[in-house]
Design a protein around this ligand. Structure first.
Ligand code: GLU
Length: 459
């Protein structure tokens, strides 16, 4: 099988995660079959298409590791070819110039709700006015159009339910329905894999193919992604743009894995990376029903991939996101040492960035729990006394600190947990941190004492 797939986004917005999933399925199906995967930018809507969105699409695909074959096809550069095909259809007698105005069509629809508009020009009536025509395809009123979808099975509609669709607008620009068919044919696309919101387009495009006499490609319509409330995924579910996820500290390999599993499955396995997916991806296991976006699952998968990264890579990713002006050699050293301690404590890289901030400075703002603890006289007293105890300590490490605090607790008859809380509040200013003794070990004696002194001085 000579498989050629394509991803055909319109650059009218940044890359949506649902659309990114369509790209993943197309890419995987091509890779699985030693085929080709192409990128076509459907930029015929000149007003809404923007270069920055083309860049966002390219960047998003690269980020996910979805490399495309050959050059990018820009649909806007192929307009002449689309017009040529429309003309061929007119010459063949299966498309016609229609002079009905928008107003006429609207009036008809208002007066006959639910009925399809039948142009009086479809049978070659002469026109003597001056308005510019659109070009429509004449659809047979009889018979059925059938999609043999490789996932959904056979789906049919009555031809009589379809309007004579517009192929060229009155300004001679081709419509998406025509351009897409012509480009898919010229690019020799074997399988069209896209969201099932395109089903009605497919019925129409099959009509165009039939009218020209071109062979049908295979079709796969993937169920859409819904949010938690069962409706189309939205901001409330965690966002819809791939970039939002990248900026929130999700790893590309995690998002790839998550989106792949959203609507496709293999033996109920959650973790499947791209290399493995290439070996096992198939169309038969694409689900027929809508997938539900589940942020908790994405977080779980992201955490899994973060844990599997080498410490140096996690370190580099964290540093990449920290304000460079705040970092000096000592901080960098501490952050590096802290990676093994924190790497399993965050679901995103951004969580880890938050966690390492305690090695850069005392928490600003200080969290509520720390504020409450520091407001207690007992805590202040603990900090004053423990500063004194720390002073003479030579072996600054977690075990020693644990021992020291336990001796301290016994000596002053205070619960160890109370001491630990005072230390968190006084040295870190946040309760969102790794285990306290290990944290203090990395922070170092000098910095720990400096922070405690400052808190004491502030009263
Ligand atoms: N450009 C269309 C869109 O962004 C996709 C067309 C297709 O996949 O056929 O929805």
């Amino acid at each position: 099988m000579n498989v050629r797939t394509r991803f055909a986004p319109s650059p009218t917005g940044t890359l949506h995660i649902g659309v990114a999933r369509t790209a993943i399925f197309n890419w995987l199906f091509a890779k699985r079959n030693n085929g080709k995967f192409y990128l076509r930018i459907e930029d015929t809507d000149r007003e809404r298409s923007k270069d920055e969105y083309v860049e966002s699409i390219k960047h998003g695909l690269n980020w996910l590791g979805l490399n495309w074959d050959g050059n990018i096809v820009f649909q806007s550069q192929r307009v002449e070819r689309h017009k040529e095909v429309a003309q061929a259809l007119i010459n063949k007698g299966v498309a016609y110039h229609c002079y009905a105005t928008q107003e006429e069509i609207q009036n008809f629809r208002d007066a006959n709700p639910g009925q399809k508009f039948i142009s009086k020009w479809r049978d070659g009536a002469q026109y003597y006015g001056s308005s510019l025509p659109v070009v429509r395809l004449r659809i047979n009123d009889d018979g059925m159009t059938k999609i043999n979808d490789l996932v959904l099975g056979e789906i049919e509609v009555k031809n009589g339910e379809m309007d004579d669709m517009v192929l060229l607008r009155s300004d001679k620009t081709p419509t998406y329905l025509l351009s897409c068919v012509v480009d898919d044919y010229d690019m020799q696309i074997s399988h069209i894999i896209r969201g099932n919101d395109h089903l009605t387009n497919t019925f129409r495009q099959l009509q165009i193919l039939k009218a020209i006499g071109w062979k049908e490609p295979s079709y796969v319509h993937i169920p859409l992604i819904h949010g938690n409330d069962g409706r189309k995924i939205s901001k409330r579910d965690g966002g819809v743009g791939l970039e939002e996820y990248r900026e929130s500290g999700y790893l590309p390999e995690a998002l790839f894995n998550y989106l792949l599993r959203l609507g496709w499955g293999h033996e109920n396995r959650e973790i499947i990376n791209a290399q493995e997916a290439i070996q096992i991806f198939n169309l038969a296991d694409i689900s027929k029903s809508p997938a539900r976006f589940d942020l908790d699952k994405l977080n779980f998968i992201n955490q899994y991939y973060i844990r599997s990264l080498d410490d140096e890579i996690i370190f580099a990713k964290i540093i990449n996101q920290v304000n460079k002006e705040l970092l000096n050699e000592k901080c960098l050293e501490k952050i590096k040492k802290s990676i093994s301690l924190i790497k399993s404590r965050g679901q995103t890289i951004n969580d880890l960035v938050d966690l390492v901030s305690i090695f850069i400075s005392y928490s600003n703002p200080i969290d509520e729990q720390s504020k409450e603890i520091l407001a207690l006289n007992e805590s202040k007293q603990i900090l004053v006394n423990i500063l004194d105890t720390f002073k003479d300590e030579q072996n600054w490490n977690a075990d020693m600190l644990k021992q020291l605090c336990s001796n301290f607790a016994a000596k002053y008859e205070i619960k160890i947990s109370v001491i630990m809380k005072a230390l968190r509040a006084g040295v870190l200013g946040t309760f969102k941190s790794p285990p306290i003794y290990e944290t203090l070990e990395i922070l170092g004696k000098e910095e720990t004492m400096h922070r405690i002194s400052q808190i004491i001085d502030q009263g």
